[in-house]
Design a protein around this ligand. Structure first.
Ligand code: SF4
Ligand code: SF4
Length: 217
């Protein structure tokens, strides 16, 4: 299934307000991080995804090859892979399901009986996190909102249109048009990550090494 829904995360429009993180917690009734994270000398917070943090903005300060400063922000969350490696790794095919309407990859209570290390290792983006009861958690695409013709809470909350959500074919067209616009705007290295394989498309203006991209490796 490659129709359904998709996100476009346009990092050129993100200014790291983290409204998306808060909206995700509010809509999904996720508790505050426990223990409360301490100040690590960065506005980036919390330090990692968790069973109760499904969306996180990753910060990175570094230098470009011309020695100019780069301060970048990029979202980390489930990409809702088209052929989800986490699902392929599951022993019980019912513990990880694909929502028919949206294509969202959903972790059910049955993930408590799966091998956490096996499922987490299968994810190319190191996304799954285990809750206290053993169940695994991550972004659910706010599929309950989408079934009621609403966009996910993060997209609703974003004040700068850095998160677009809609039918996959429309999002792909939008992503291609934005990519061309960003390139023409002076960023020839702009790229859309994993365009064919995921439902959460990330547009980077600069070379990927300048971003804190979260991967298994
Ligand atoms: S990003 Fe990871 S957890 Fe999400 S669908 Fe892909 S493999 Fe599964
Ligand atoms: S709400 Fe929008 S601008 Fe704010 S951190 Fe999230 S993606 Fe970036």
């Amino acid at each position: 299934m490659a129709d359904g829904k998709s996100f476009l995360i346009d990092t050129t429009k993100c200014f790291a307000c983290r409204s998306c993180q808060v909206a995700c917690k509010q809509w999904n009734e996720l508790p505050a991080e426990d223990p409360v994270p301490t100040n690590r000398g960065s506005y980036e917070n919390p330090p990692d995804l968790s069973a109760s943090c499904w969306v996180k903005i990753q910060f990175k300060e570094t230098e470009r090859s011309d020695e100019s400063l780069a301060w970048t922000f990029v979202r980390n969350s489930c990409r809702h892979c088209i052929d989800a490696p986490c699902k392929q790794a599951a022993e019980n095919p019912d513990s990880i399901t694909i929502d028919e309407q949206t294509g969202a990859v959903l972790f059910g209570e049955g993930t408590a009986s799966e091998s956490y290390s096996k499922i987490r290792l299968a994810c190319p983006f190191d996304i799954p996190r285990q809750g206290a009861g053993g169940q695994l958690f991550k972004c659910v695409m706010c599929y309950d909102r989408v079934h009621n013709d609403e966009v996910p809470a993060c997209a609703k909350a974003c004040p700068s249109d850095a998160i677009e959500f809609g039918d996959r074919d429309e999002i792909l067209s939008m992503a291609d048009a934005r990519l061309e616009a960003v390139k023409a705007d002076g960023f020839p290295d702009a790229v859309i990550l994993d365009r064919r394989d995921v439902r959460l498309l990330v547009l980077l203006a600069d070379e990927a090494s300048l971003y804190s991209l979260h991967t298994r490796d």
